[in-house]
Design a protein around this ligand. Structure first.
Ligand code: U2F
Length: 443
């Protein structure tokens, strides 16, 4: 192929749901800053691209390109957040193939969300390397890479309390904690996607992930023996923090008015709103405990929280639709994070050194929750897996006003230090990022 200049071009395939595309774009942004000879095409749904490519954010040489979202005409988002994902997966990989063909471009490399196992085949056709980016943690990745092995050892749909001693680092993990689709719900399209991902990743050129080696050394070692060039490059948000403009509700100033480690921060990420009876139970617990709280709330507050709650707690609580979470968790006033255990939230809690109360919902969140509680021991899972008033009160008191809570804060402080060290100029994640950079620039 004749080229006009020495510019090389990399195709990037994003997964447009939950917090997947944001960290992938952050990685591409940093790669593009360090590799001026490269152009990037960011293939993603138009909607997801629109939410990220805002003017003035420094995305030179990264071209957003649209792929079909697969939604039927007139589709309206209902209560089930997984529905658009199912439609999208039906259109995939055809939508990526046609978007690449329509671009008319020739690419020198393929960087994709790790979910896209099919990119391996496309990369082979293009005769270029494939670098998948896994946006969750090392334990989830090991569960996916070893899915066939795990199924052979403990079967499908077996008892949920069997521990996984045979998997490195997993002796405190029970089969019921594994990511959805590993040994239960195995017939869903998503389970198939994850299984194929696990089978295909060992054939990638390198596998990048948003974590750091010191977080879970045994598991990372096991992954290194299974995957070529495993590159933990995170917590990447330290290298590429979100734009600082977003504290429109004045959360940080509000936090300034509270004593150290006193505030409960609550968020369930970008996809989930807990069911009404659980929200009510959590609200009642907050009201009775009288700890100050900051709540990033998805949905209609008046409708979903107990009658009169807002008025009664206005001195104690601040409820807003979105907060600058990284900064909130890094604020000294925050004492505990009530979370769904999405991987980005776990990373940010570690960066802030804030213990967690976990209420996992889907995907690999239960595995993150179990790891926080039983391996790292700097948080608790909510009793019975769902919010009740008593369960929430117990957990809040444990972390905010007991010796055990203090110990948890110390333990997460240790991992916080390791996270910052990994991202330091001579840290492991920096070395891994530099390796990735070199790999790309040699293309
Ligand atoms: C999916 O996760 P989610 O998007 O539901 O949750 P997180 O991974 O925790 O990411 C939420 C991000 O949104 C930010 C927050 C995180 O970076 O800082 N945020 C914010 O800035 N302000 C707010 O008020 C609320 C949130 C999935 F559900 C998980 O299971 C996966 O682990 C994850 C990564 O693959 O994606």
């Amino acid at each position: 192929v004749h080229r006009e200049n020495a510019q090389k071009h990399i195709a990037v395939f994003a997964f447009p749901f939950a917090t997947h595309a944001v960290p992938l774009l952050a990685l591409v942004q940093k790669l593009s800053e360090s590799a001026p000879d490269f152009n990037f095409s960011f293939f993603n749904t138009a909607q997801s691209n629109q939410s990220m490519f805002t003017k003035g954010n420094g995305f030179e040489r990264i071209e957003p390109r649209s792929v079909e979202n697969g939604l039927p005409e007139g589709f309206r988002i209902g209560r089930n957040p997984h529905e658009p994902v199912e439609y999208f997966l039906k259109a995939t990989p055809g939508n990526y193939r046609s978007a690449v063909a329509e671009s008319g471009l020739t690419f020198d490399g393929l960087i994709t969300d790790a979910f896209y196992w099919f990119a391996k085949e496309m990369a082979e056709e293009m005769r270029v390397p494939w670098v998948p980016y896994f946006t969750a943690g090392p334990r989830a990745l090991l569960a996916h890479v070893d899915t066939d092995n795990i199924r052979a050892r403990i079967g499908i749909n077996g008892p949920e309390d069997e521990t996984l001693e045979f998997l490195p680092g997993f002796s405190a993990i029970r089969s019921g904690d594994l990511p959805e689709g590993t040994v239960s719900g195995v017939d869903s399209p998503f389970a198939t996607l994850l299984q194929k991902m696990g089978q295909m990743l060992p054939h990638a050129s390198a596998v990048a992930m948003n974590s750091f080696e010191e977080i879970d050394p045994i598991v990372v070692q096991a992954l290194k023996s299974r995957l070529p060039n495993l590159l933990n490059i995170g917590p990447f948000i330290l290298k590429c923090p979100p734009p600082s403009s977003s504290d429109i509700h004045g959360c940080l100033e509000w936090l300034d008015q509270h004593p150290t480690s006193s505030v409960t921060y609550i968020s369930f990420g970008s996809v989930i709103t807990p069911p009404p009876h659980e929200l009510k139970a959590l609200a009642e617990a907050l009201e009775e405990c009288e700890f100050p709280f900051l709540w990033s709330f998805r949905g209609n507050v008046e409708e979903m929280l107990p009658e009169g709650f807002l008025e009664r707690t206005k001195e104690k609580g601040l409820i807003v639709p979105w907060v600058p979470q990284l900064k909130v968790l890094a604020h000294p006033s925050v004492g505990v994070f009530v979370t769904h255990c999405g991987w980005n939230s776990v990373n940010e809690s570690i960066i802030g050194g804030v213990p967690m109360i976990c209420r996992a919902f889907f995907g690999e969140q239960k595995l993150n929750q179990r790891t926080v509680e039983a391996v790292w021991e700097f948080g608790v899972a909510i009793e019975g897996g769902k919010f009740t008033k008593n369960g929430a009160m117990e957990a809040l008191k444990l972390i905010l006003s007991s010796e055990k809570g203090k110990l948890m804060r110390e333990k997460i402080g240790v991992l916080k230090k390791l996270a910052f060290e990994a991202m330091d100029t001579d840290g492991s994640s920096t070395a891994n990022f530099n390796f990735l950079m070199e790999f790309i620039t040699k293309l």
